[in-house]
Design a protein around this ligand. Structure first.
Ligand SMILES: O=C(O)CCC(=O)C(=O)O
Length: 306
């Protein structure tokens, strides 16, 4: 099978992924690595989110762009946002999807400090989001992994996103409560080699997994995007979730130092979710002011005791 190197719906339909070599130059990639290294170190000490929990087996973290990770490094936040919303990122994603999409989530994948593990094979569980696309062949959105160090830790089964599991795949991914899902015998799987600055775009419905070996340095920045149709579906069905709940975008000055193009990319995300973030903040405000008043009034604490 040929390596899919041109992001386009046709490539995604056939392969479930596309590789963009040299998406970022060496200087940008190195700076991104330094920033991610610093955030990883801070996350291990003082995580801002409990999904996933910090621990020796952790191999990813979410929300690199939470401003609390950059309180003393505002330039780093702007650098990250500029890279994530850069023309080459947005153009590759647009070419691959050929459908309107929104920013969704930033993550960092890294090797664990505990024990080495081969990841488990899976298709992401995205439910009905998968069925609302104008172009089903490009899924509900894309994951873009950008290597910050050389890696071949990402594996997937090309062409697996538009069909159910074959019997062999089912035996690995699903059967017997998934006890075989870390098998190294997945038929047709390819391991995607990336040099620093290379990007892989893949659909969440392909069978995929990572490799998490302690002695194999891994630092891959992941930008997730979601088709607008899928985002609308998800909000209707489930409201905000761990990914879309990013109210820091409401902070004045959050996008300071961010280029016009990158601002436009994130602004669509903000326009879409800001009303929901505001509702949530209003709810928190209602309860926090009430708690203050109850405490001031000397109500017995906790408040559920009569
Ligand atoms: O790259 C990895 O380690 C796994 C990525 C993954 O499972 C996902 O994005 O759903």
């Amino acid at each position: 099978m040929s390596i899919a190197t041109e992001p386009s719906p046709e490539q995604l339909r056939e392969h479930s992924y596309a590789v963009v070599r040299g998406l970022f130059d060496a200087t940008t990639t190195e700076r991104l690595r330094e920033i991610c290294e610093r955030v990883l170190e801070q996350w291990r000490r003082a995580p801002r989110h409990d999904n996933p929990p910090v621990g020796p087996q952790s191999n990813y973290l979410r929300h690199l762009i939470d401003p609390e990770y950059h309180r003393d490094h505002p330039d780093d936040l702007a650098f990250l946002l500029n890279a994530m919303g850069s023309p080459q990122v947005v153009e590759s994603l647009s070419a691959a999807l050929d459908e309107e999409f929104l920013f969704a989530l930033s993550s960092l994948y890294f090797n664990p400090t505990g024990e080495s593990q081969d990841g488990f094979w899976h298709k992401d569980k995205i439910g009905g989001e998968a069925d609302v696309s104008r172009r089903p062949e490009t899924g509900a959105g894309l994951q873009m992994q950008i290597a910050l160090v050389p890696t071949d830790d990402l594996e997937l089964v090309p062409g697996s996103h538009l069909r159910d599991y074959t019997p062999e795949e089912h035996a690995i991914c699903v059967a017997d409560d998934g006890i075989h899902n870390r098998s190294n015998e997945m038929p047709g799987a390819v391991r995607l080699h990336q040099e620093p600055g290379d990007a892989v775009l893949f659909t969440q419905l392909s069978i995929h997994r990572g490799r998490y070996h302690t002695d194999n340095l891994r630092r891959s920045l992941m930008i997730s995007v979601k088709k607008r149709a899928a985002a609308e579906f998800s909000i209707r069905e489930r409201g905000l979730n761990y990914a879309s709940d990013q109210p820091w975008f409401l902070l004045t000055g959050y996008l300071d130092g961010v280029s016009e193009g990158a601002r436009a990319f994130f602004q669509e995300f903000v326009d879409f979710y800001a009303p929901l973030w505001r509702v949530k903040l209003t709810e928190v405000l209602k309860y926090s002011s009430l708690v203050e008043k109850l405490v001031e009034a000397g109500e017995p604490y906790p408040f559920f005791s009569e």
